[in-house]
Design a protein around this ligand. Structure first.
Ligand code: 3EB
Length: 331
């Protein structure tokens, strides 16, 4: 009887990310560049790999670009209202639009996710690793009418029957601009990542009814088993179980958030310390005045100043004063 030989599977090459203090057009010159994320209110150029997130740094300084690189040549293009870039086993997809054209955050998120997932499937990179969502006035509206909840309902509808076990790590933050620009972008891969949940927290996709009619669609983190491995960490805040901890106390929220981040990194089996090699974090603050205490807490956790970008934005629960996402941690 013939012995079946195992089919050799090509190990995916690592995805790299870092903050680079240069104009986007210079960063885009690299043929290995999958995406360049800028922060501010300037308009993006024509390159489909560039996205501008309408958030300012807490001190008003010019933000560096967040540059994502792969091993290999990147091809890019546009498919109607979705921008895409593909290379090295990864796919970047982005949707940026004025949500008013869809009548609000719910319909806009529904449309954005439908279009982005269509693109992910068409490009044969079916494993969604990480998604970022930025919308205006995220806490406006009471109860289930809150804009974040409407966004979350639309996102869930747009994702259709996407299984909970395959949800990406994600961030959802409110911007403070007058316009109703919705920015959604994501990274997908040919190879599956491994979702990581936080044992200190209820999985967001199991949140009880009190947080909205549909639970938010995201995993706490996504481990990518490249050599070296990587961890894409969702927006992480002062949530214990499913409750907001330390309402009104930014310092205690910072400590709880760092404990949640540390728990995720350890649960994923990666780095010893949060500020290890390759950490690239974004700290979002509802009040700019809380930046010094968060900087001090991050320094204490071993995060170097250049590894964290501090942005002024609203968190999706009005009692949350700050949130941190760890774009990447390499063991
Ligand atoms: C939380 O832990 C905070 O809706 O995509 C964090 C990260 C949060 C992502 C999302 C929401 C989202 O529940 C909120």
């Amino acid at each position: 009887m013939a012995v079946l030989q195992p089919v050799p599977t090509l190990a995916p090459a690592p995805l790299r990310v870092g903050y680079e203090a240069m104009p986007a057009r210079r960063a885009l010159a690299g043929s290995d560049v999958l995406a360049v994320i800028g922060f501010g209110t300037h308009t993006a150029g024509d390159d489909p790999r560039e996205v501008v997130v309408p958030l300012h740094t807490v001190d008003g300084s010019v933000a560096p670009c967040e540059v994502w690189r792969v091993h290999g040549e990147v091809r890019h293009g546009r498919d109607g209202d979705v921008a895409w870039a593909e290379g090295g086993g990864y796919l970047f997809v982005a949707f940026c639009a004025d949500e008013s054209a869809y009548g609000g955050p719910e319909a806009a998120a529904d449309h954005a996710y439908r279009r982005l997932l269509d693109c992910v499937r068409r490009h044969d990179h079916p494993h969604l690793l990480r998604a970022w969502n930025y919308l205006a006035a995220i806490n406006e509206g009471e109860g289930d009418a809150e804009r974040y909840r409407r966004f979350s309902i639309g996102r869930a509808r747009g994702m259709g029957d996407w299984p909970a076990a395959r949800l990406p790590a994600a961030t959802a933050i409110g911007h403070l601009e007058g316009h109703r620009g919705l920015v959604v972008y994501a990274i997908a891969a040919q190879h599956a990542g491994h979702p990581v949940e936080n044992p200190r927290q209820v999985s967001a996709y199991h949140y009880p009814r009190q947080y909205g009619p549909v639970p938010p669609s995201f995993a706490r983190a996504m481990r990518v088993d490249t050599q070296p491995p990587a961890l894409l960490i969702s927006g992480t805040a002062s949530v214990v179980g499913h409750a907001t901890a330390h309402v009104g106390d930014a310092e205690a929220q910072a400590a709880e958030t760092l404990l949640n981040l540390d728990t995720l990194v350890r649960t994923a089996g990666l780095a010893e310390r949060l500020g290890g090699r390759g950490a690239c974090l974004k700290a979002y603050l509802r009040h700019r005045g809380d930046a010094p205490l968060l900087r001090a807490a991050l320094a204490e956790a071993g995060v170097a100043p250049g590894q964290a970008l501090f942005l002024h934005g609203d968190i999706c629960r009005s009692e949350l004063l700050l949130e941190i996402d760890g774009s990447f941690v390499v063991a």
